[in-house]
Design a protein around this ligand. Structure first.
Ligand SMILES: [Fe+2]
Length: 396
């Protein structure tokens, strides 16, 4: 699959953030380059349906505006001696689809590695949790009643076409779910036909309804979970309130002593002072990191890196990883080091070499241990790479 970028979804980033983000829908015709069926196709969903591991809540069925109970399309299957009670029966899903049901593929980024790339692009940029949901709707059918969602959506049409009706944002945006009747909403403010490759951005709480036209429709909804100030402040408060001075357990029932009230007042004052002294920029960076590391978009190449370590040669360039290293005392020519909770002792010249490496500075494996033959230095480099102190440059 092509490596997609955030700009493929939003176009000019500056324009997106200034004019559309969190304000109004954005339609981008033919936004996604290449054949979008490489992202996900109906054919691929046939394959996924038969994988026993894909079961509720990863797959859901919606018929005539309401959810079909899971019992209607699952059964028990024994896997490695464990009874899995909700394994999907493909034939039942096909039956429901023929009858007009929409099949919803939830959190596909937890199942399909290529779709996880999408969530990572967005999570990195927006510092929020991101999930990818696939909606497959039979010809001429509408999947869900008009509603709004608690999340911002990037809708990417992959196969067939879908007609979308959108209404203006409600005056009060609570970040909740809500369904509407056609009468409540009246005439839509926007009506668009999405074709393969088109992208539609909807800010959270935008009322919408969609119906397939004369072909089976498959689209992705890439969902961003906004974190409002109240969510961010809660995180900050949690951090500040974890200070040891808030660990005591006061008795606040009917028999509380008279000084509990003034003690509570003191704690509130102290908490406020701690909140007040926070560096807003640093705290926002911490909150952004938390957003980027929420479930659904992590990735890693540690197995591969460890495997590559076995074949390390003296000329391979290494660099320090982000893992913090504490250098301790030097005893008998060896320096104590603490890495990832492990305590090790390395020859003093190796410790000095490591300590002297600037951020990202490369060092050939054969020079990690100054003063000894390259072969021996490479052995030391291998050990340090396995421990996660060094990594091959360009490996990530
Ligand atoms: Fe929706």
């Amino acid at each position: 699959m092509k490596n997609y970028t955030f700009e493929d979804l939003v176009g000019d980033e500056k324009v997106f953030f200034a004019e559309y983000f969190n304000k109004k829908p954005l339609l981008r015709k033919a936004a996604m380059p290449g054949d979008v069926r490489d992202i996900l196709s109906i054919r691929k969903l046939d394959e996924l349906l038969h994988l026993e591991v894909v079961r509720p809540p990863y797959i859901k069925v919606n018929h005539n505006g309401s959810g079909v109970p899971e019992k209607g399309y699952t059964r028990s299957v024994v896997v490695q001696g464990v009874n899995i009670t909700d394994t999907v029966v493909p034939e039942k899903i096909y039956e429901l689809f023929r009858a007009g049901a929409t099949v919803t593929w939830c959190s596909l980024n937890q199942v399909v590695p290529e779709l996880r790339d999408f969530t990572r692009i967005i999570s990195d940029k927006m510092a929020v949790r991101t999930d990818v949901v696939g909606f497959m709707t039979p010809t001429k059918k509408r999947g869900y009643l008009p509603h709004h969602d608690p999340v911002d959506l990037f809708i990417v049409q992959l196969e067939g076409t879908k007609r979308w009706r959108l209404w203006d944002l409600p005056d009060e945006r609570l970040g909740d779910n809500a369904s509407y009747t056609d009468e409540e909403l009246g005439e839509p403010s926007i009506e668009v036909l999405l074709e393969p490759g088109d992208v539609l951005y909807l800010p959270y709480n935008t009322p919408h309804a969609a119906a397939a036209e004369d072909q089976v429709s498959l689209h992705l909804s890439i969902m961003m979970r906004p974190r409002m100030w109240k969510d961010l402040l809660r995180e900050t408060f949690e951090q500040v309130a974890s200070a040891p001075e808030f660990n005591e357990y006061p008795h606040i029932g009917a028999l509380r002593s008279s000084d509990v009230e003034s003690l509570f007042r003191q704690k509130i004052t102290s908490l406020a002072a701690r909140m007040d002294s926070l560096d807003a920029g640093n705290e926002l960076d911490r909150l952004a990191d938390l957003g980027r590391t929420m479930p659904g978009s992590s990735h890693g190449t540690t197995f591969q890196t460890i495997a590559e370590t076995d074949g390390l040669t003296p000329d391979v360039l290494l660099r320090r990883t982000a893992a913090p290293v504490e250098f301790g005392a030097n005893e008998g020519g060896r320096t104590q080091m603490t890495v990832n909770g492990h305590k090790i002792a390395v020859p003093a010249p190796v410790a000095e070499r490591l300590a002297g490496l600037a951020d990202g500075e490369p060092v050939p494996a054969g020079e990690v241990f100054p003063g000894v033959p390259a072969e021996r230095a490479t052995k030391a480099a291998q050990g340090l790479t396995r421990l996660g102190v060094l990594e091959v440059t360009g490996a990530h």
